[in-house]
Design a protein around this ligand. Sequence first.
Ligand SMILES: Cc1ncc(COP(=O)(O)O)c(C=O)c1O
Length: 395
Amino acid sequence: MIPLIDLNSQYDIIKDEISRAVLDVLESGQYIQGQKVKELEKSMAGYTGARHAIACANGTDALILSLHACGISEGDEVITTPFTFFATAEAISRVGAIPVFVDVDRYTFNINANLIEEKISNRTKAIIPVHIFGQPSEMDAINELAQKYQLYVIEDACQAIGAKYKGRRVGSLGDAACFSFFPTKNLGACGDGGMVTTSNDRLAAIIRALRVHGSGNAGLQAYNLLSDENVQDFEEAGNNHSVTDGAKYFNYLIGYNSRLDEIQAAILLVKLKYMDKWNEARSNTADYYDSMLQDTGVKVPETIKEAESVFHMYILQAENRDKLTQYLMQKGISTGIYYPVPLHLQKAYRSLGYKPGDLPVSEYLAARTFAIPIYPELTEDKKRYIVDTLLQFMS
Ligand SMILES: Cc1ncc(COP(=O)(O)O)c(C=O)c1O
């Protein structure tokens, strides 16, 4: 069976480096939010071109922390796409705001920037474009609207680490950007992990505080930014005890526990070195699939000229998808369906009152799209077998 994603073959290649990195952490005695996390934050800031990178527990938290730091709460509206993983909208709901779904483009699967303006109301506070399947959204049009209506732009870059828009990497294209290190992502940990990148000093300071219960130095700094007080030090803030580690028990904001483990950071630092090479392998496979499958009865994905996708997934469209994926399965090829139910029609969002037909392109795609394997270690033989099997079915 050719799996959709093959984590074992990647692990086999870097096994020794990973083992060494993990053992180093075990021997260091420092397990959460330590030196490795700091190093990873520095590397991610450098990699994305953002001024700050703040590690957290997962991609969903990265979105929640960013929305919270932007001051988005009860009754606010946030515009996003319904053709994404549930967490994008869930994060909006978690801070008390309302997701407002805008339909997507049929060929790139990203939010249709031409349809955003008509959904902006006086309650709209932010836009979350999702760089779905690894392709950046149309950031110029989105940023222009955001500027016109004074909205925050939070990139959901959970599937798109390394992708570029007009030569700039995602993570530096909005006010803040959110990454997931879920194991199957292009940069995946051996567990959960997440990161926010931003060049906004204020947002960075607030997110740094929120991820650790609004406590300690980070909490104090964020408190000074958000209140009209200016508390200079812990003593002034009430910490006149002779407790060396006391800072952490002084809380200035109501935040979260959303820290990253040192072991995950150490593993991610090893893998980050290979990121561009792995993304290039995905891109080469996409080129091969494009050339072999164009005009054959399945629709290949399109990339806008401003974008360089990192092909987290390679998504085809077919009228007879279910028969086709069943055939592939019988022939030993795994596929995946992303996404079978657009978010506006999920039961969890029944209270928002959307009906079938409201966002027709997302609904059309939900019935036709499927992913074929594109992981970096996929061999030439396997790629050829996948293409041949698809063509066999079509003929
Ligand atoms: C587009 C998108 N947003 C958000 C998330 C949430 O990330 P996590 O699973 O790390 O919480 C994911 C991945 O799972 C995702 O693909």
